[in-house]
Design a protein around this ligand. Structure first.
Ligand code: GTP
Ligand code: SPV
Ligand code: MN
Length: 599
């Protein structure tokens, strides 16, 4: 029986055979190829609205915007249910969950069998990167969720023109909503088979498979094999008054400020001089060595899957503007009197007539500070927005060659230890600085929030192979990048004794970024410290900042040697946990750091 509702978009036999096999397994009622046309997308939106999967928002205030709620038990990535299934456990390493591939396939096939009965299957051909460009990579996601289709249409370049250039090397992505059973939820990667399998979830990072699953876990594996890097990094361009634009790439863990930094608005002091900031990417960067020996970065995505809470007219007006049309909101609060949306931090006071993210009437008296899930919007509620709707999207966004990176910054949430900014002495030390990153956990992943954990290069949940080999790959890349970016660590999240953030953050972070770019270009001096180079406090421009004095900057740059020594012990423990593939060079750097702190 022909289950197809429309024509095949490719005649590639490998592709068609795989789809047949997956359809035989999951047994959908019908199969539809996603062609990328507006007509088809509109039809799907209408269907999703008719079943309640989506709610249409106010067409005048939020044109072409939709609202979606996930299941209450399904609001974040599930790291403990995420697997890297390489032939040997050693290849996946101790940081990843591992299971024997055959065993895992068997387990998953049982869960997929018949899971699409009574449902429709959608085939999404998509490209990570500019379609047909040298560095783009193609995937096909099979899903039974319209929500996933509509998200993929925003987050990736998807449809007919991708199907036309597809070959056997495509990444096979299978997603089934099934019954959203947490006990049987699996997000699984088979790097050797170019295959991703996701079942029993409907939440973003678990199901928009082009994103973390492909563009980081599978791509990091491919990058090691092929000599490039797939990183959890934003890409930001700073245009100087003379018209020159310099680029940074920055790795921060989930919900630690990538989108905000990527879309920053320069403070008044810089705006009036003619500085501008341009967003190339807010979450993922693919980095390759150019013919000029520099590191060049592309953003393989096509949209933003951003954290809603905290986004407002002051903190991130560009992100807010990006969400005002063609946007899907997930797990925020619904304002029923005018069918718009709200989340904590959007305005100071919550408006009336809210349904909280689970769908019940809500007012502020129902909020229990100690249980963030009682907020109107889920702490990990998100917007899915088109990059092209971002007011500050870079003119280079669609350039298949990418942009040249002058500096790499690593950063996390550290209440005490890490200073506002410091610079690594050289590439090897920079790899060490990335490898020892730590951050307080956030709502982006299921589990406890606010616990400090080591998160190397912000890639702990996203490296598709052994973390020790990943460090080695970074060191090896240093040998082929002849014109290296300088490497830095930043921390916007130092707090005072009352727990308040000391640094104003957001757009003001540009003051630090400009110091970083000046250092990378050798235009400014620095002080040598135990941990690396620190800015001279007077070189961080604080003009126009009310609450920051030179003494504040001094405090933000201070290094508590005792706290760092404790950190060294935890770093050594973590390296030992990763295992014997951690390069000796990184232990050498750790020894050197400890010796410097003892001086
Ligand atoms: P993912 O999409 O999960 O990868 O997150 P992200 O790294 O893009 O984080 P995002 O920019 O969305 O910020 C997450 C949270 O951190 C938001 O609630 C922001 O308001 C907050 N935040 C971002 N930048 C700053 C900053 O400079 N200072 C402070 N104090 N908070 C910030
Ligand atoms: C993150 O958690 O780092 C995100 C959101 O960017 S998700 O797509 O869920 O991974
Ligand atoms: Mn992210």
């Amino acid at each position: 029986m022909n289950k197809y509702t429309n024509a095949h978009l490719t005649d590639n036999k490998v592709v068609l055979d795989w789809i047949e096999e997956m359809a035989a397994l999951t047994q959908p009622d019908s199969i539809t190829w996603i062609d990328g046309t507006e007509e088809q997308a509109e039809e799907l939106r209408r269907e999703a609205c008719s079943t309640g999967e989506l709610i249409k928002l106010n067409e005048e205030l939020l044109p072409n915007c939709y609202y979606h709620r996930t299941a209450v038990n399904d609001v974040a990535r599930v790291e403990d249910r995420t697997y890297i299934c390489t032939p040997t456990q050693e290849e996946a390493g101790n940081v990843n969950n591992w299971m024997d591939p055959d065993e895992m396939y068997e387990k998953l096939y049982k869960l997929y069998r018949g899971s699409m009965k009574g449902r429709k299957m959608y085939i999404i051909p998509y490209s990570m990167g500019v379609v047909g460009s040298e560095f783009a990579k193609i995937g096909i996601e099979i899903t039974d969720s319209i929500y996933v289709v509509l998200n993929m249409l925003i987050m990736t370049r998807a449809g007919k023109e991708v199907a036309e250039v597809i070959d056997e090397s495509f990444v096979r992505c299978l997603h089934a909503v099934a019954d959203r059973d947490l006990e049987n939820r699996y997000i699984v990667h088979f790097p050797q088979d170019n295959t991703i399998m996701s079942v029993n979830s409907g939440y973003g990072g678990n199901v928009i498979l082009g994103k973390k699953c492909f563009a980081l876990r599978i791509a990091s594996y491919l990058g090691r094999k092929e000599g490039w890097l797939a990183e959890h990094m934003l890409i930001l361009g700073i245009e100087y008054p003379n018209g020159e634009t310099r680029y940074i790439a920055g790795a921060f863990p989930s919900a630690c400020g990538k989108t905000n930094l990527a879309m920053l608005i320069p403070p008044e002091v810089y705006r009036k001089q003619g500085y501008k900031a341009w967003t190339v990417g807010d979450d993922i960067a693919w980095l390759r060595v150019g013919k000029d020996g520099r590191l060049w970065a592309v953003n393989p995505e096509f949209g933003f899957f951003g954290v809603a809470p905290g986004t407002n007219e002051q903190s991130n007006p560009n992100a807010l503007a990006t969400t005002r049309k063609d946007c899907i909101f997930t797990n925020v609060a619904l304002k029923t009197d005018d069918m718009t949306v709200w989340w904590e931090g959007l305005t100071k006071e919550p408006p009336d007539n809210l349904l909280e993210w689970k769908g019940s009437p809500w007012n502020i008296s129902m909020y229990d500070k100690k249980d963030k899930s009682t907020a109107a919007a889920n702490p990990n509620s998100r917007f899915t927005a088109k990059a092209e709707n971002c007011p500050c999207i870079s003119p280079e966004f669609n350039n298949p060659a990418g942009v040249p990176i002058s500096a790499i910054i690593f950063g996390g949430r550290r209440a005490r230890t890490a200073p506002l900014v410091y610079q690594a002495r050289d590439w090897q030390h920079g790899v060490f600085v990335g490898a020892i990153m730590a951050s307080e956990t956030t709502a982006a992943a299921a589990g406890a929030v606010g616990v400090v954990r080591r998160d190397p290069m912000a890639m702990r949940p996203f490296t598709g192979y052994n973390m020790g080999d990943y460090f080695r790959h970074w060191l090896d890349m240093g040998k082929v990048i002849t014109n290296k970016p300088a490497i830095f660590n930043v921390n916007w999240f130092r707090t005072d004794d009352e727990g308040r953030f000391i640094w104003p953050g957001f757009g003001e972070n540009m003051r630090v970024v400009l110091w970083v770019l000046s250092r990378a270009a050798g235009e400014v001096d620095a002080d040598e410290a135990a941990i690396g180079y620190l800015p001279k406090p007077s070189d961080i421009n604080i003009e126009g900042l009310d609450d920051v004095t030179i003494d504040t900057v001094r405090e933000l740059l201070s290094v508590d040697k005792e706290a760092w020594k404790e950190d060294c012990a935890s770093i050594r423990e973590f390296f030992n946990f990763i295992g014997d593939r951690v390069p000796k060079e990184l232990y050498d750097e750790l020894d050197k750091l400890e010796a410097n702190l003892d001086k």
